[in-house]
Design a binder for this molecule. Structure first.
Ligand code: SF4
Length: 442
């Protein structure tokens, strides 16, 4: 049986695509290996959100190309994902040892591509499509990574065109998948033993806006999923602040399986910078949305994303980002220094670029603020009893521990000698660290 190794970079959407590609390859007789040196087919599923991730993809295929040239001429190499969608045939010039390039829009072409490369052809399939589904998806099972959480994409692409972001160019315009398919995938995952469903999209709360034949939005989908039998949890990421409707907040509050967790990227705490980023809200509007969610849903965790050193960002404007994290009591934030991406509007503002040293220094201060707030947020739960879904079991420095997450997405470590992965446990929080809580089984 031929072996396939897929290296997945970037976001959960890529991880979900990898699970689908592994399903297609398994139907062709490929077996997954975790060791690239054993693989007959090597694929990298790339991310182009930052230059660093793009560079990493090139260095990965560069190494595989060396193996192919020096010792294993039979291996086939494929580059997929966002870098593929963006660069298409250019990849062949840069890396002549690559056998196929497959963009994000046409992953269901993979079986046809494998057939062609095995006949000696080189293939580039990066055409864009507006289709949301592909009949070929029915021909294989998704090979989900063994875990308690199943990722299910509900939308693909984005229409927002934030000036720093490459996603609309790599994932295309926003398309919602049909509720029927999503519910089917959720039922399949639950019957396989998954205990948590995370609905995925660049902008999940605009789900359904593009349906011409029905009025069906994220709140409707949550209700339909919540009605499925059994004990499990539902999460959804990522939310665009101004697309969070009162109906969505109310629905999230009322449905027992929907977790108390919202990821609401703010990107900057300064209204001027937000305007330059083409975000459709200012600092005050963002604050009102966060307050509304907090008022409706007790113990909700609200996380965010921030960029340090956006072109033209002044020190004062950067300080507004730090103060926003405090003012809106953001529980945790993903952070990054601004990285110019080809084709985006902000990348053209070269004369406004912030020097690397300054960006790095701002990022360090931003990270420090995130850490402080994360600890503060965790300390609120000392002494509380919380429901934890156990995700793993390990021996840590001689002690057996189980690790899991609360409904509001806090990681908890619990001493325990038995593997209880997949179970729901009641845990008393005994200690709070910056990135996790310690607890004991009740
Ligand atoms: S909302 Fe903005 S940051 Fe998010 S994917 Fe769309 S363009 Fe990118």
């Amino acid at each position: 049986m031929p072996n396939v190794y897929i290296e997945t970079m970037g976001c959960q959407m890529n991880k979900s695509d990898t699970e689908r590609m592994l399903g297609m390859l398994s139907s062709l007789g490929y077996e997954e290996t975790k060791n690239p040196k054993e693989a007959d087919l090597l694929m990298v599923n790339t991310c182009s959100i930052r230059q660093l991730s793009e560079d990493k993809a090139y260095s990965t295929i560069g190494l595989w190309g060396k193996w192919k040239k020096e010792a294993r001429p039979h291996i086939k190499i494929g580059l997929c994902g966002c870098v593929a969608q963006q660069k298409a045939k250019e990849i062949f010039k840069r890396a002549p040892y690559v056998d196929f390039v497959l963009g994000t829009h046409k992953i269901y072409s993979l079986p046809d591509i494998i057939k062609l490369i095995n006949e000696g052809e080189r293939v580039c399939e990066c055409t864009e499509t507006n289709a949301t589904e592909d009949d070929r998806a029915k021909n294989f099972e998704i090979k989900r990574v063994k875990s308690v959480n199943a990722w299910i994409p509900i939308t693909e692409g984005c229409n927002n065109f934030c000036t720093y972001c490459i996603v609309p160019y790599t994932r295309g315009r926003e398309r919602s998948r049909t509720p029927e398919l999503i519910v089917k995938e959720a039922k399949d995952a639950l019957s396989q033993g998954f205990k948590e469903i995370t609905l995925l999209g660049q902008n999940v709360d605009s789900y359904g806006k593009d349906f011409k034949d029905k009025n069906y939005r994220l709140a409707d989908l949550l209700k339909e999923l919540n009605a499925l039998e059994g004990k499990f949890r539902i999460r959804f990421v990522t939310s665009y602040p101004t697309d969070i409707t009162d109906e969505l907040i109310q629905t999230a509050k009322e449905l027992d399986k929907v977790c108390e967790y919202f990821h609401i990227p703010m990107q900057s705490g300064n209204s001027e910078v937000l305007k330059k980023m083409n975000r459709r809200y200012d600092r005050e509007t963002y604050g009102e949305i966060v307050k509304k969610v907090r008022a409706a849903i007790p113990d909700v965790t609200i996380t965010s994303d921030f960029i340090a050193g956006f072109p033209g960002e002044t020190e004062e404007q950067f300080l507004d980002t730090l103060s926003a994290i405090d003012e809106f009591e953001l529980d945790y934030s993903n952070t990054a220094a601004y990285s110019p991406r080809e084709k985006t509007v902000a990348a053209k503002w070269v004369d406004k670029y912030i020097p690397e040293k300054e960006k790095t220094e701002r990022l360090a201060r931003l990270n420090k603020k995130v850490q402080e707030n994360c600890l503060k947020s965790n300390q609120k739960y000392l002494g509380r009893e919380m429901e934890v879904l156990i995700e793993g079991f390990e021996n840590h420095k001689g002690t057996n521990i189980i690790t899991g997450r609360t409904r509001n997405n806090k990681i908890v470590h619990i001493p325990c000698d038995t593997d209880r992965t997949g179970e729901f446990a009641t845990v008393k929080i005994t200690d709070c660290k910056t990135w996790y809580l310690n607890g004991e089984l009740v």
